[in-house]
Design a protein around this ligand. Structure first.
Ligand SMILES: Nc1ncnc2c1ncn2[C@@H]1O[C@H](COP(=O)(O)OP(=O)(O)OP(=O)(O)O)[C@@H](O)[C@H]1O
Length: 445
């Protein structure tokens, strides 16, 4: 069994255990080895490892068998070393097998369960407007944010609301990856007319994670035509991405400019009140079904102040507390919460700086710190510098101009170019992909 086979098995596991369990328990695991019928997975903490062995052993072994690996036993823990995975860009012609083809919506992602705060109020209001089903002055609605801040939740809330209030409307929600999958499938099965018909006759089209199609030429082309056909007919389109249209590299200029013609809204990182609101909401829903559940005073406030990365991470933390409470069957104290969530808290504590990124990159390529800010252009220096800029954009919240300033007062377009260049090289050159992955692992500790 290889890393790839494990990734394939994870697709099936996700379907069986649900997105929530998957994100909390399975996603953090990495493949280590399969020897003598024992599958070894590495987990960030022993608590997660134990929980996975107790609760997901059967489902994991079943799906591992489905991908052709024979394991009768699972061992999972923090002391197990993971096999590094080379970074890979999905290939346009070989869609991943675990892509969901069904248009399923998550029952939890409704407006009722969406907590509104300063950071997301505009996105929420715009989503509500689209969900009302009347005529809307902006088209498309483009939602963007860093990961785990509620884009998918809002998109699906729109779809649920429309389905409920306007059952006559044809609403289609899917990820850009699914769009590509269906498109490639229609090419293979020579029924592109059906594909076009399907997508051009919907009333509302919601496409999640559109950055995925950047650089995938024929899918982009088809997406562009679908998009134009719908907008020209006055049909509503809603799109999400992990960055703004202008920041998505490898997206054709004409697509970028059309995407910018509607309303582009950024969901900002959640502030303390919003984080606390989300936690409280989750705890209330859980406690309604588990009256014995009890949390010591101050635990939620502590989590809301310490875990700031994303709402997804916050949710993962609270899910883990529920699991822990279920195990010990007593009130969860602050000390226990700190213990069980140690890895998440440590990760949240680390605020990576651009200086650290430069230093680690220099060590990796045996360069001097001054090379990061110098004007030298030889490839030996320029490439690592571009790599450091790429990592700075990826791993810190710094903007292009801020990064440019740190790298010897360079222009923001130089940083943008560096990021695009490294993204291209990661896709084309395994050595660069490996460097990027190794550096990222080192930096994220
Ligand atoms: N304002 C909110 N209120 C309640 N739950 C939220 C809110 N924002 C995010 N969440 C929850 O956080 C989790 C992650 O949200 P979601 O998947 O929508 O993020 P995303 O921005 O689409 O992330 P990605 O870019 O990784 O796709 C989900 O479980 C979602 O329900």
């Amino acid at each position: 069994m290889t890393n790839d086979a494990w990734n394939l098995a994870k697709g099936g596991i996700r379907k069986d255990v649900g997105t929530h369990n998957f994100t909390t328990w399975i996603e953090p695991l990495s493949f280590s080895s399969l020897e003598d019928g024992t599958l070894r997975l590495s987990s960030p903490t022993d608590f997660i490892g134990k929980w996975v062995m107790q609760n997901f052993q059967d489902v994991i072994l079943r799906h591992v068998a489905d991908v052709g690996a024979d394991a009768g036993r699972l061992v999972c823990g923090a002391a197990i070393r993971a096999v590094p995975t080379p970074a890979k860009t999905p290939d346009e012609t070989t869609p991943r097998r675990n892509v969901r083809q069904e248009n399923t919506l998550d029952k939890r992602f409704t407006f009722d369960s969406f907590i509104v705060g300063k950071s997301n109020e505009l996105a929420h209001a715009a989503a509500r407007r689209v969900a009302a089903g009347g005529s809307v002055s902006f088209n498309p609605l483009f939602l963007h944010s860093r990961v785990g801040l509620g884009k998918t939740h809002l998109m699906q809330a729109i779809a649920w609301e429309l389905q409920e209030q306007h059952p006559e409307k044809r609403v289609m929600y899917l990820s850009a990856e699914q769009f590509m999958y269906r498109f490639v499938q229609s090419l293979r099965e020579k029924n592109t007319m059906d594909f076009k018909h399907l997508f051009r006759t919907v009333d509302v089209l919601l496409v999640d994670d559109v950055q995925f199609i950047a650089g995938k030429d024929s899918t982009q082309e088809e997406f562009f035509h679908t998009f134009n056909a719908l907008v020209d007919q006055g049909k509503q389109v809603v799109i999400s991405a992990d960055r703004s249209p202008a920041d998505i590299s490898d997206l054709e200029e004409r697509i970028t400019s059309r995407l910018q013609q509607g309303l582009v809204v950024d969901l900002h990182p959640a502030d303390y009140e919003l984080r606390l609101g989300v936690l409280q909401h989750r705890v209330d829903s859980f406690a309604a079904q588990h009256p014995e559940f009890s949390l010591a005073d101050g635990v939620l406030e502590f989590l809301a102040s310490r875990i700031t990365a994303s709402i997804r991470v916050l949710e993962g933390a609270v899910m883990r507390l529920f699991a822990y409470a279920d195990l010990v069957k007593q009130e969860v104290t602050l000390e226990q919460a700190q213990d069980v969530l140690g890895d998440l808290l440590r990760a949240s504590d680390r605020k990576l700086t651009i200086d650290e990124i430069m230093k680690t990159t220099c060590e990796h390529y045996s360069l001097r710190m001054s090379d990061m800010t110098s004007a030298r252009r030889s490839r030996m220096v320029a490439r690592p510098r571009q790599m450091a800029m790429y990592l700075a954009k990826k791993l810190t919240p710094r903007s292009y101009p801020e990064i440019g300033r740190k790298f010897g007062g360079r222009d923001h377009t130089t940083v943008l170019y560096a990021v695009r260049k490294i993204e291209e090289l990661i896709a084309a050159e395994p050595q660069i992909a490996e460097d990027a992955l190794l550096l990222q692992r080192k930096l994220e500790g």
